[in-house]
Design a protein around this ligand. Structure first.
Ligand code: ATP
Ligand code: MG
Length: 229
C-alpha cells in the first residue's frame, strides 16, 4: 500500500529582489513527499535547495504557489497552528547550524523543548540524552564558540531530534563531519526513518548518500526533476 501524501508543493515560485534585480530561484515547482519517505534533494550550489526546505518548513513564504501539509495549506493555518507545525512537527538541521551563541549546547537543545511546553527537568533529561547520542556528553556546558564545526553540527542535529519531529529536514547535516562521524549520523537518520517512520528530507552534495534515499529530487535552474534511486 502506498502511504498518503504528507508534503505537497503546488506551483511554487520564489523570487528574491535586491534593488532593481530580481532572481527567480524556484520556478513553478510542484512535488509531493509521502508519509515515511526518505527523499534526497540534490543540486548545484545556489540552485535553491535551502530556499526550498525553508518554504517546506514554513520559515519562508513563497512568492506564489501553495504548500500543503496533510492536505492543509500552510497559509490556511492560524498562527498557533503554524507555530505548532514549525516547533513540533518539523525538525530542522540548518546548513549554518543556527545555534544561539550565548547559550550552551545543553541550552540550545532545550530551547525548542521549552517552546514545545516541556518542564525543566524533562528538557534537561532529553537534551542530555540527545547530546550524548551525538557523542557530546563532555560538551554540555560549552558555548558554540568553544566547539569545533563538527561539534556545532552535532548540537544542531541533537536539537532537531530532541523534539521528536515527524518531518526531519536536514540541510547538509554531514558537511562538517569526517567520514566516520558522517556515516554515524546518516545511520541515525536512516534508523529514525525506517524504524520510527520519520519522513526525511536530506539535502546533500554527496552522491553516495543521496543514493540511500527512496527518491532523489534534483534541482537546477529553478526546476526540479525526480529520479528513483
Ligand atoms: N534572502 C535572500 N535574498 C536574496 N537572495 C537570496 C536569499 N536567499 C537565497 N538567495 C539566493 O537564492 C539562490 C539559492 O540559494 P540557496 O541558499 O537556496 O541555495 P542552495 O542550493 O542551498 O546552495 P548551497 O548548496 O550553496 O547551500 C542563491 O542565488 C542565493 O543567492
Ligand atoms: Mg544551501
Amino acid at each position: 500500500m502506498t502511504a498518503s501524501v504528507l508534503i505537497e508543493l503546488k506551483n511554487i515560485t520564489k523570487r528574491f529582489s535586491s534593488g532593481s534585480a530580481t532572481t527567480t530561484v524556484l520556478d513553478d515547482v510542484t512535488l509531493t513527499i509521502r508519509h515515511g519517505e526518505f527523499v534526497a534533494l540534490v543540486g548545484p550550489s545556489g540552485s535553491g535547495k535551502t530556499t526550498l526546505t525553508h518554504i517546506i518548513g514554513g520559515l519562508l513564504q513563497p512568492t506564489s504557489g501553495k504548500v500543503l501539509i496533510d492536505g492543509i495549506g500552510l497559509n490556511q493555518k492560524s498562527d498557533k497552528q503554524l507555530s505548532y507545525y514549525r516547533n513540533k512537527q518539523v525538525g530542522f538541521v540548518f546548513q549554518n547550524f543556527s545555534l544561539l551563541p550565548d547559550y550552551t549546547a545543553l541550552e540550545n537543545v532545550s530551547v525548542p523543548l521549552l517552546l514545545a511546553g516541556m518542564d525543566q527537568q524533562g528538557r534537561e533529561q532529553k537534551a542530555k540524552y540527545y547530546l550524548t547520542t551525538m557523542g557530546l556528553e563532555q560538551k554540555l556546558h560549552h558555548f558554540p564558540a568553544q566547539l569545533s564545526g563538527g561539534q556545532r553540527q552535532r548540537v544542531s542535529i541533537a536539537r532537531a531530534l530532541a523534539v521528536q519531529p515527524n518531518i526531519l529536514i536536514a540541510d547538509e547535516p554531514t558537511g562538517s563531519l569526517d567520514t566516520q562521524r558522517g556515516e554515524e549520523i546518516i545511520t541515525i537518520l536512516e534508523q529514525l526513518n525506517r524504524q520510527k517512520g520519520v519522513t526525511l528530507l536530506l539535502v546533500t552534495h554527496n552522491a553516495e548518500l543521496a543514493e540511500r534515499a527512496d527518491r532523489i529530487i534534483h534541482i537546477q535552474d529553478g526546476k526540479t526533476r525526480e529520479v528513483l534511486s
